[in-house]
Ligand binder design. Sequence first.
Ligand SMILES: C[S@@+](CC[C@H](N)C(=O)[O-])C[C@H]1O[C@@H](n2cnc3c(N)ncnc32)[C@H](O)[C@@H]1O
Length: 350
Amino acid sequence: MKEQVQDYYGKVLQGSDDLQTNACCTDDAMPRFMKKALANIHDEVLTRYYGCGLVCPEQLKGCRILDLGSGSGRDCYALAQLVGEEGSVVGVDMTDEQLEVANRHIEYHREKFGYAHANTEFLKGEIEKLHELDLPDNSFDIIVSNCVINLSTDKEAVLREALRLLKPGGELYFSDVYADRRVPAELVDDPVLYGECLSGALYWNDFLNLAKKAGFADPRLVEDRPITIDNSAIEEKVGHIRFFSATYRLFKLEELESHCEEYGQAVIYKGTIDHRPEVFELDGHHAIERGKVFPVCGNTWRMLHDTRFKDHFEFIGSFDTHYGIFAGCGHDLPFTTATAEAGGSSGGCC
Ligand SMILES: C[S@@+](CC[C@H](N)C(=O)[O-])C[C@H]1O[C@@H](n2cnc3c(N)ncnc32)[C@H](O)[C@@H]1O
């Protein structure tokens, strides 16, 4: 399967127009600052973008970021601008042709961003075997990935390696494709369905259990959208299986509990996170408005207090008294949110 994937992204596809479905595509909606960052990126890098979501977590200045399956480097070069010259970005990919494109434009982007030294590098490697690269434990603030983990044949190893490389309080923030049921083996073996990021997709509940098993106790769903295939032959093959793209954030915080527990705590957002003056959205259920007392469970408290977000909140309460289960968090499953009720959105251009 590894060779098939390398062949698909190295030789079969020359650009996003060659994709046969819109699974590896991203909706156009994105914040203005991100559009501005993308406008600085070289055309060849943009042409070979095959992501399915927006991997742009908040408050990146000075962060060290790792991108798993960085492809031609679009997300790395966008993030390289957001971390600033004091931050850095490392991309890992196993396909030579993708790495060649990414590496060819390092100097172009250094100059474009006005940096004295390039803050982006690309390494050849497999995301299941990151221990083979010279990357120290606990060395990244954030790990991102865009439409890649579905292609891995050992997804548990990928999550384990990500946990090892993240600093305490760091997060894995990634977009990927999921299915509403387990994909039958004969479809997994289909090279086009697999290469198009469909048949390697995990059933969402298997993903949640895998993430918890790997040490990410409370996965948070940031956003999701249904994938429309727009290719009758492929639609016929996948039958009733519904696929969707979802972005999760998984914090490396040892003390997270398996459920949201109530300790009578609350936070007040100061409005100081970059590009988020009015509201900070931790996930699909936590749109925290500036200046308002916002009740939180113990896990949400820790995601804000024991991470890079700490200075941007006032914290009310403690863990001294437990009041039972917390009712307010909500853990909608992908594709059960408003997008589904509205009939879903079609995939945008890549
Ligand atoms: C769908 S593309 C996404 C690329 C990039 N993230 C983007 O948004 O354009 C998948 C990429 O993941 C890489 N890839 C797939 N499986 C991998 C693995 N096990 N280890 C390293 N790279 C992998 C492929 O070479 C390809 O470049």
